[in-house]
Design a protein around this ligand. Structure first.
Ligand code: LLP
Length: 425
């Protein structure tokens, strides 16, 4: 994070708080969230896209403090379950600034969305239209968007590419499913179609796929205008903005994205004779990811013929990303300064799987030993939100740091928490 400062004796300070202090006070593994960094990233978006509605994608990481910060920074929220939605609204977030997504929304998701008055619901399948219309009722009114498959391949890993035809999200333009669904939505007077949505994928580091998406989406808008006389006022291009996980990696350039998307959108709309719709974007990772750091203690160091394995007190239960997407992190030793020569090691977790590998080829000093503290940067998105109960180790806490103070946002999951759910024999 921007507010990170190297400290004497190899410590690292974030938000004015030495990370060793956080580890000591709250134990490890622990996730540290730099509040100033989160807010700064929100402001960067608002600044780069002043004309757009910026929705934070809650799936990246949500807790009540995040909800509060997003509200204060003027962002909306993208949620994809009743759980995320309830947390946001009960924390005081205005429901009309929330958009509900999901390829398979449960009855509870829809009921909660309608009860709480969610701003827009993004329709993702034909069967959802009748279900939603019935739930809204003939006297009711609900704004909706349609999730469209633009037929674009983009994203950091095959499992997080959602713009192509051969995956479960959205309705295809190429096959005519999107057009057909839109026709049916227009037949439902209680559903007001405000715009189109697409989400290409995640961890995208190039602007190009977004420009192609703009062209395809405006192309569809033009056809809808011709066919139905429909003028849609919103275009939601989803999220997916990539971040740098390791030194040398490139993040998506948000200023370039904003400038080029804006130009492409004006040009495409002018050519189609359509007014420029209001742009919506849904970044998750780019706000939460680089704002979080995970801290682990080393539990064991094992040297085999070819490898040195440095095992930490967390792993795939708090960060499933390496196992799922084969990504690698860049942990570093903090809290002491070593003059020992470094060799490449493999940093592994504590779970009972050989695939529980956090990082490979990490240069750590040869005197690395149990009790050492490792910091893993860019740990704020899709770690804890995807954490599991594997091996019953309990999910780590989240601590916010700001102006030299650390405060607990989410407490550690205790063995009592785990035991208390086990109610049968
Ligand atoms: N909007 C929609 C409709 C989405 O499905 C997503 C992410 C986003 C926005 C936010 O995307 P972001 O800006 O965070 O890339 N677990 C994976 C990422 C899955 C993303 C799912 N959808 C990972 O750890 O890489």
């Amino acid at each position: 994070p921007a507010s990170t400062a190297e400290h004497h004796r190899g410590d690292l300070e974030v938000g004015g708080v030495p990370l060793t202090e956080v580890a000591e006070r709250f134990g490890t593994p622990v996730y540290v969230l730099d509040e100033a960094e989160v807010r700064e990233r929100c402001r960067t978006y608002r600044h780069a896209f002043p004309e757009a509605e910026v929705l934070y994608a809650a799936k990246a990481f949500l807790c009540r403090a995040m909800v509060h910060w997003m509200d204060e920074e003027g962002l909306g929220l993208d949620v994809c379950s009743a759980g995320e939605l309830e947390l946001a609204v009960t924390t005081g977030f205005p429901p009309d600034r929330i958009v509900l997504h999901g390829n398979a929304k449960s009855p509870r998701d829809l009921e909660t969305a309608l009860r709480l008055g969610v701003g827009r619901i993004v329709i993702d399948s034909p069967s959802e239209i009748a279900r939603l219309a019935a739930a809204v009722g003939p006297e009711g009114h609900q704004k909706v968007m349609v999730r469209v498959v633009p037929g674009i391949s983009a994203g950091g890993h095959e499992k997080i590419r959602t713009g192509t035809e051969d995956q479960k999200f959205g309705l295809s333009i190429a096959d005519g499913y999107a057009q057909h669904a839109i026709g049916r939505i227009l037949d439902q007077p209680q559903l007001e179609l405000t715009g189109l949505h697409c989400h290409l994928g995640s961890q995208i580091t190039s602007v190009k796929p977004y420009l192609l998406a703009v062209r395809r989406m405006v192309g569809l808008m033009a056809r809808l205008h011709e066919q139905h006389g429909l003028v849609l006022t919103e275009l939601d291009l989803g999220g997916g903005h990539g971040v740098a996980y390791r030194p040398g990696e490139q993040a998506l350039d948000l200023t370039a994205l904003a400038r080029k998307v804006r130009a492409e959108l004006s040009e495409a709309c002018a050519a189609a004779g359509l007014p420029v719709p209001r742009l919506i974007i849904e970044p998750g990772r780019a706000i939460a990811g680089p704002s979080g750091i995970a801290l682990y203690h080393v539990l064991s160091v094992k040297r085999t013929g070819d490898h040195t394995f440095v095992a930490v007190d967390g792993g795939m239960s708090d960060n499933p990303r390496p196992a799922l997407y084969g990504v690698r992190y860049a942990p570093r030793l903090i809290g002491r300064h070593s003059t020992a020569p470094t060799t490449p090691v493999t940093v592994v977790g504590r779970h009972c799987e050989a695939g529980d590998v956090l990082a490979t080829d990490v240069q750590l000093p040869d005197d690395v030993h149990p009790g050492d503290l490792l910091a893993v940067p860019v740990a704020g998105a899709y770690h804890l939100s995807m954490a599991s109960g594997y091996n019953m180790v309990g999910r780590p806490p989240v601590v916010a740091v700001r102006d030299g103070h650390a405060r607990l946002l989410v407490r550690r999951e205790s063995l009592d928490d785990i035991r208390s759910r086990d109610v049968g024999l």
